[in-house]
Design a binder for this molecule. Structure first.
Ligand code: NDP
Length: 486
């Protein structure tokens, strides 16, 4: 772990195994931090913020962030290989994720020296009023295992650009890329103690989220953990950004370009083996083209190539761990028990190259009744539910009949309808005639049970800054002490 610029195994001596989901073998170990290690990391981050980092100017922070982006690019192949080995994501995806991560640091480097306040004209012309945009202090950044470094970049880039210090906790299931990334921090020129990394499982959760020195928590993960963190953070009213799951609708209208829509539907839920928060796991298809779309989707899905995630031709790797495999298969079985019509897939994938890994067949369930459990709950795996709809109002009603509100897609060539539906959908993201396209300049985040707050774009800076108002009385007037000054 990286604490105060030192690499340490921590004080507890316990280590956790990290499994390669393609072979089911242990390929690394990580330290299990103790509460003492976590407290130590937070204390150092706090001291570094107070004594050093908040006096570093924006130009110098920008230079470090740009250097960090260079280093990610220089080490992209190694970092991508670590993630593909650790969480099973195919190498073509993890390579593109490293480009995304580097772009993220560069993007926010551009903001580091532009966090300026305003001068504000007040009713009383004798008052000089201005604002300062200030960092918060220590930010705790907690990431999920599916995309460790891009998820971290969404948080760390704006946090550092704004002048905060951080303590990072990656998931116990995929910590190795974050630790390798940690080696780049000193090389980029960040002073010791600005970026700290602790590893381990949820046992250290409370130590991270209830510490009064923490001024901000940004969390990506599941709803049950988010609830625990919010309860724990409530003790000190620590603000929390939550990036959670989804049950995102991908809607195809009859006038859409069918080939593009079907490819978008496949990319939406089978990319990354469905282990993305934005997975378009509910495909809503207008009745007139319903049979045709089901046929095209099933045909494409039958052709998906499963295999070694490090092989450049592999399209779907294994799911990330044993618990994920068991959960996905149990949800498919429950769907079967509830009467689901499985058109393709529905089992653990087998074959000569797949035996050692946690592979799930890409699964398509057709004619889905939206009330089925599988159509309501997040699977976080390669399972698509196809649901027919009649007209625009019907599509919007089905799309919004979920507790989640993260992503959505609309496929149509009717410009007016595209924008109408975009306004009606309850989600933080609407893709029109595309899906799972990621740009750091576009705000990202959810509504309803998908979370609160925004990452990427200038909106992300609002999560890591606070505004201070400063007011100077230029008049030499004697005031009435018992009346409000206006
Ligand atoms: P979890 O909620 O299980 O874990 C997320 C992180 O929280 C991990 O680092 C985990 O550590 C940590 N954690 C566990 N318990 C605590 C605690 N009490 N206090 C503080 N931290 C704790 O989620 P998963 O890792 O299983 O990720 C899957 C979920 O993440 C899905 O719901 C998915 O949709 C969502 N997600 C959302 C994204 C978004 O941007 N909206 C992007 C990616 C995923 P450990 O793993 O070591 O227990």
């Amino acid at each position: 772990m990286l604490i105060g610029g030192e690499w340490t195994d921590g004080t507890g001596g316990e280590r956790l195994d990290s499994y390669n989901p393609f072979t089911q073998e242990v390929w690394g170990t990580i330290p299990q931090a103790t509460e003492q290690d976590v407290g130590n990391a937070i204390e150092i981050a706090h001291r570094t913020f107070r004594e050093r980092w908040r006096h570093v100017n924006g130009r110098d922070r920008a230079a470090m962030l740009n250097r960090l982006a260079d280093l990610i690019e220089e080490n992209a192949e190694e970092l991508a290989t670590i993630d593909s080995t650790d969480n099973g994501k195919v190498i073509r995806e993890t390579r593109s994720q490293m480009r995304f991560a580097a772009r993220n640091y560069r993007y926010f480097a551009g903001y580091a020296d532009k966090l300026q306040g305003n001068t504000i004209p007040l009713d009383n012309g004798q008052m000089f009023d201005y604002t300062l945009v200030e960092p918060l202090g220590v930010a705790v950044l907690i990431t999920a295992w599916n995309s460790p470094l891009p998820l971290l970049a969404n948080k760390l880039a704006p946090a550092l650009a704004a002048g905060n210090t951080v303590v990072i906790k990656p998931s116990e299931h995929a910590s190795l890329s974050t630790l390798a990334f940690g080696k780049l921090i000193a090389k980029a020129g960040f002073p010791d103690g600005v970026v700290n990394i602790v590893t381990g499982d949820g046992r250290i959760g409370n130590a991270l989220t209830a510490n009064p020195l923490v001024r901000k928590i940004s969390f990506t993960g599941g709803l049950p953990t988010a609830r625990r963190i919010l309860e724990s953070a409530a003790a000190h009213l620590i603000p929390v950004t939550t990036e959670l799951g989804g049950k995102s609708p991908n809607i195809i209208f009859a006038d859409a370009d069918l080939n593009a829509a079907v490819t978008g539907a496949v990319a939406g839920v089978f990319g990354a083996s469905g282990q993305t928060c934005i997975a378009g796991s509910r495909l809503l298809v207008q009745r007139a083209i319903y049979d045709e779309v089901c046929r095209l989707v099933v045909e494409k899905v039958r052709g998906i190539k499963l295999g070694n995630p490090l092989d450049e031709t592999t399209e779907m790797g294994p799911v990330a761990n044993r618990a994920q495999l068991d959960k996905i298969l149990a949800m498919i079985q429950q769907a079967r028990d509830e009467g689901a019509n499985i058109a393709v897939g529905g089992a653990k994938a087998s074959g000569p190259a797949l035996e050692g890994g946690y592979f799930v067949e890409p699964t398509v369930i057709v004619d889905v009744d939206p009330s089925l459990t599988i159509a309501r709950e997040e699977v976080f795996g390669p399972v698509l539910c196809i649901i027919p709809f009649e007209d625009e109002a019907d599509a919007v009603a089905i799309a919004n009949a979920t507790e989640y509100g993260l992503a959505s897609g609309v496929w149509t060539n009717d410009l007016r309808r595209a924008h109408r539906v975009a306004r009606e959908i309850e989600a933080g993201l609407v893709w029109l005639n595309t899906y799972r396209a990621s740009y750091v300049g576009a705000p990202f985040g959810g509504t309803k049970l998908s979370g609160h707050g925004r990452e990427r774009s200038w909106h992300a800076l609002l999560e890591y800054t606070q505004v201070k108002n400063v007011m100077l009385d230029l008049s030499a007037e004697e005031r009435d002490p018992f009346a409000m000054k206006l």
